[in-house]
Ligand binder design. Structure first.
Ligand SMILES: C[S@@+](CC[C@H](N)C(=O)[O-])C[C@H]1O[C@@H](n2cnc3c(N)ncnc32)[C@H](O)[C@@H]1O
Length: 172
């Protein structure tokens, strides 16, 4: 069975789907999210650790990372991408989603780094153009990039839309 690693697994939304087809490990830094994930997705193996310094004994056929990378500044984004490369087998496949520079929060608040804004007090994110996204993954063979919108659901039936970009790639 193919082995998939999910970075920033949250409460198990991604791992639960992937575990229907693959053997899945999930990395998640939040203890409460790991607890929820272990209850919600009993098939996957959840590891409480930071993607920035996690050491794992094996290499994976695929790395999946949904809405994590934009939470970091440039130096740490590079650490995560290098970590992804180290954890992928040769010709292993990666899939990342990130905030798009077309999102309505892009450009709001203090500019901390190029295209990185403190869009709410204490909350910052990096907003990717297509070229920027490709540049982050320049050491891989890029298969596809694209963009889409996702609806978020909150308490009291509140909803909002976010603009995302995705990239799929192969380790060279
Ligand atoms: C926006 S959520 C996305 C969760 C999941 N990928 C999904 O789509 O439902 C980002 C997740 O990354 C986790 N996270 C943030 N920093 C992390 C780190 N350094 N290492 C591992 N997980 C981290 C957060 O706790 C949160 O659960």
């Amino acid at each position: 069975m193919k082995q998939v690693l999910v970075l920033g697994a949250g409460y198990g939304r991604n791992t639960k789907e992937l575990a229907k087809y693959f053997k899945v490990d999930g990395i998640e830094v939040s203890a409460s999210a790991v607890k929820l994930a272990r209850e919600w997705d009993t098939r996957s193996n959840m590891i409480q650790a930071s993607v920035l310094d996690v050491e794992l004994p094996k290499k994976y056929d695929a790395v999946f990372c949904y809405n994590l990378l934009h939470l970091f500044k440039q130096e740490e984004r590079n650490v995560i991408i290098n970590k992804c490369s180290m954890l992928l087998q040769e010709r292993g496949v990666g899939f990342f989603t990130v905030f798009s520079d077309e999102d309505s929060s892009c450009g709001k608040g203090a500019l901390l780094e190029p295209n990185t804004y403190e869009y709410k007090t204490g909350k910052f994110a990096h907003f990717f153009s297509e070229m920027d996204l490709k540049d982050h993954f320049r050491n891989f063979t890029i298969l596809e990039t694209g963009s889409f919108r996702e609806q978020l659901h909150y308490a009291h039936q509140q909803r909002s839309w976010i603009h995302l970009r995705y990239v799929s790639f192969l380790k060279k």
